[in-house]
Design a protein around this ligand. Sequence first.
Ligand code: OSB
Ligand code: MG
Length: 365
Amino acid sequence: MKLTGFELRRISMPLVSPFRTSFGTETTRDVLLVRAVSTEAEGWGECVAMSGPLYSSEYVDAAADVLRRFFVPALASVDSAVGVGPALSRFHGHRMAKAAVETAVLDAELRAENRPLARELGAVKDRVPCGVSVGIMDSIGELLDAVGGYLEQGYKRIKLKIQPGWDIEPVRAVREQFGDILLQVDANTAYTLADARHLARLDPFDLLLIEQPLDEEDVLGHADLAQQISTPVCLDESITSARAAAAAIRLRACAIVNIKPGRVGGYLEARRIHDVCVANDIPVWCGGMLETGIGRAANVALAALPGCTLPGDTSASDRYYRTDITPPFTLDNGYLPVPTSPGIGIEPLEAELAAVTTATEWLPL
Ligand code: OSB
Ligand code: MG
């Protein structure tokens, strides 16, 4: 496959409701899409970087900059997705930007060869059970209404965003109101090890897991915390690579891993993390970053791997957007279908994409 260039496209996607976490409130997703063009086919990748460096050090303007100035020029002699990682390995970090361009190349390559991503990754399911991530709210009543609505829609697992001051009481209220649903929490690094005794107060609520309670660099802290609470510790932000996953597992810093392909540099590394976890009997699940249909399609393929034994943050399109840029993913009894068409299996709708586009830039090779 001969790559001829990349298009960087920025789109502005208003969320159906503000999404509040311990690191900030998102009301509109400013998304960078990458379109790879080759002589045989085109492919799409979605960069999961957010507007500011609040979830991780990456942010969308930086991703566009590093792609334009360093990554795309370095891909001149690359002819397949497996070549992208090695061609970019001398550049440190910027995994979300690397993931976007590698996924675009992978999608183009798989389309050219008529192969679906799910099969390429080793998926074993044709539909995946879905969870939903519920933001911090102004009141417990508002939270119970939101959770009740999602359960009515069929979601199979609820994740509550927590932070100091919004943790024990919302969990207690949801547990009391909805009984023995699958329930977990995500702190996005809002605590320190000094909060261990406080976090142990979540123990009685039989949570599936607590996601990333401590700083992303505090892997040892998570290992210490895991000895002081009975809720299983799951890492998100800390797991930046298969090597990081192997180290965290060996240190007993996590019992479960959230895999986000964007965070770890792409679907090929995501697959390696999955394999490391399976080899160590560590359950994994596919996380999310409020993706459009482009990123969602590929995440659903990953969620269909055999080691993804917990429901992912792979919610339906209408949980995020009134109008998606692709045909929407809709929930069927709590499941999303795994795309079966070549590549990521979905394409943007021309009019919908045009309506939300704020800028495009063509980078020839
Ligand atoms: O920590 O999992 C997270 C969204 C943006 C950034 C970080 C996270 C999240 C979510 C939402 O929890 C997951 C989703 O539904 O896409
Ligand atoms: Mg998380």
